[in-house]
Design a binder for this molecule. Structure first.
Ligand code: ATP
Length: 431
């Protein structure tokens, strides 16, 4: 089922689908390529096509070993396609899904690669805006690096920007993937290079922990956590690595490291991480998990802002069909459209007001638990609480009994209370 893309390329086989379109294994004049064919409704958007052509120079100019280069942009009838270098391997999401958590050395090596790629992009004035594991490709044909990690390449440059056209997303809407969105974007500021650093630090946290620091539950709750909550330490993480993470997850963009510095500092840590196993962390606690856990993935946060009506009233773009299990707030890019894949996609949603972001008394902090500790509200937690109550009850009975026996002994005098044993253990009479 090969198809022609423009006059120079043929798309031969589907490699995968994302929210913006389908990626094909293709063939061009210089050999195999990956062709990202944008969705029809995006391709027929004249404004988007215009931006696509405008962005051409910036996108085509990005060349770095840790960036998937865009080789060509094709506008042909109804087709709008990005022709990219073909990476033979897998994406980081697939690896993370398989392994759940990565050993710190491999995680840091991968993130250092991406930081180097970002550094080149930022130097060229390009902000990625959608750094996440889905957009990191692992080149299985490349040489093995620290921790057995294959070279990592950042892909999908410029796609978020192309899609974020004024008509598609008015000033009051945000485009991005909620778990990785920097607080300043949530607050409505224009995205600068520091948003990529925040997103990349989120990816590093996720590789180490198996979950993102502020994700889970309704996208509204996720956005609020980015602005109001501080990241909770991961048990067993080396202190220096933790300090780097904290700095890059700073709420103030100016406090975060630059990409080049982040890459260098991560590489400095690599020798200290050799042979360290994945961190022993379980999924985070959530206060309202039982309430919202039925159809909302991890079930963190109700997403209900103070004084809000139902979720669907306010966040209609992100309403999730009842019973549909989602992770990290996957929603179609365009209202009413079904996501092309079961992967997470970009979110287009209203920017919450300052009062909503303040969060109110009911925080939704996610506190990582040491592995094995039961999650509050879970059946295991209730059973262990019951066991604790039984133990406490038993201890109380023993205590009451002991007090009773002691009182009885004191009241009855030495004759009744003292046994031969008691006499032997008592202090000798003074000489
Ligand atoms: N240059 C490439 N070489 C090889 N495979 C690729 C390339 N680019 C993307 N893919 C694969 O194609 C699939 C879809 O990628 P795509 O970028 O469309 O979506 P995504 O990043 O998973 O999701 P989203 O569009 O929501 O960001 C992924 O499985 C990815 O591994």
């Amino acid at each position: 089922m090969a198809r022609k893309i423009g006059s120079r390329y043929t798309a031969n086989q589907i490699l995968g689908r994302g929210s913006a379109g389908t990626v094909w294994l293709g063939e061009g004049p210089e050999g195999p390529v990956a062709v990202k064919l944008l969705r029809e409704d995006l391709a027929s958007d004249q404004e988007l096509v215009g931006r696509f052509v405008q962005e051409r120079t910036a996108l085509l100019g990005l060349e770095h070993p840790n960036i998937v280069s865009v080789r060509d942009l094709v506008v042909d009838g109804n087709d709008l396609a990005l022709v990219m270098d073909l990476v033979r391997g897998t994406d980081l999401r697939t690896r993370l899904d398989r392994e759940r958590r990565l050993a710190p050395e491999a995680a840091v090596a991968i993130v250092a690669d991406v930081a180097d790629g970002l550094s080149a992009a930022h130097a060229a004035g390009v902000v990625h805006r959608d750094v996440k594991p889905e957009n990191v490709l692992l080149d299985m044909q490349g040489p093995l690096g620290p921790g057995g990690a294959h070279p990592a390449l950042l892909t999908d440059f410029g796609v978020a920007k192309l899609i974020d056209s004024p008509r598609r997303t008015r000033a009051t809407k945000i485009i991005g993937t909620p778990d990785y969105l920097a607080p300043e974007i949530v607050e409505g500021l224009p995205p600068r290079a520091a948003v990529d650093i925040y997103a990349l630090a989120t990816v590093l946290y996720e590789l180490l922990a198996g979950f993102t620091p502020f994700g889970g539950g309704h996208p509204g709750a996720v956005l609020r956590r980015h602005v109001t909550e501080t990241v909770v330490p991961l048990p067993g993480i080396p202190e220096e690595l933790w300090q780097l993470l904290v700095q890059c997850l700073a709420k103030a963009p100016a406090s975060r490291l630059r990409a080049s510095e982040l890459g260098a500092r991560l590489r400095e840590q690599l020798p200290l991480l050799v042979g360290m196993p994945p961190l022993d962390v379980d999924e985070p606690d959530s206060e309202d998990e039982e309430e919202s856990g039925q159809g909302q993935g991890h079930g963190h946060g109700s997403g209900q802002m103070p004084g809000q009506g139902s979720r669907a009233e306010t966040y209609d773009e992100v309403a999730v069909p009842a019973g549909e299990r989602v992770r990290r707030g996957a929603v179609p890019l365009v209202r009413g459209a079904k996501p092309d894949s079961n992967r997470d996609t970009h979110t287009s949603m209203r920017v919450p007001g300052p009062d909503e972001l303040a969060g109110g008394a009911l925080g939704t902090a996610r506190v990582p638990r040491p592995a094995g500790a039961p999650r509050p509200g879970s059946a295991r937690h209730r059973a262990s609480a019951r066991r604790r109550r039984v133990t406490l009850g038993a201890a109380a009975v023993v205590l009451v009994a002991a007090v009773g026996v002691g009182t009885w002994a004191a009241l009855s005098g030495d004759d009744a209370g003292a046994t031969p044993q008691d006499t032997r253990n008592s202090a000798p009479a003074s000489p």
